[in-house]
Design a protein around this ligand. Structure first.
Ligand SMILES: [Zn+2]
Length: 124
């Protein structure tokens, strides 16, 4: 993923982290209001800004299921991957993580396939 494509996700992650820590500033809110900008043409959703907001609502319910500390760690790691330019690639198999998935789970380190496998392992 290009650095310019990562930028909206970086802002989103920083805003999410702030929200998780409970120190939501107006700066974080403005980043959230913008949402991730899609650099891809074609099948990207038309209104990404709206998606950014609904995405946060989704994340709120996700956070109820996931351990906040785990999510915070994943956010930190995602920010590190943005810094070293590997963000958007699955840390397990190296596959490109679809933007649609990143829009919902900007901090996920795994592609759909690997995440599904992790789930299976966790349950068994
Ligand atoms: Zn993978």
């Amino acid at each position: 993923m290009k650095k310019s494509e990562m930028k909206p996700y970086k802002e989103l992650l920083i805003a999410l982290r702030a929200r998780l820590r409970g120190d939501v500033s107006s700066l974080a809110n403005s980043a959230l209001a913008k949402g991730p900008d899609s650099g891809e043409s074609g099948r990207a959703p038309a209104d990404i800004a709206d998606m950014g907001n609904s995405m946060l609502e989704e994340n709120n319910s996700l956070l109820l299921m996931d351990n906040e500390e785990v999510v915070l760690t994943q956010i930190e790691e995602a920010l590190e991957r943005i810094a070293d330019g590997t963000y958007g690639c699955c840390v397990e198999c190296g596959a490109r993580i679809p933007k649609l998935r990143l829009n919902t789970l900007p901090y996920t380190p795994y592609c759909v396939k690997c995440a599904a496998e992790m789930e299976t392992h966790r349950r068994s």
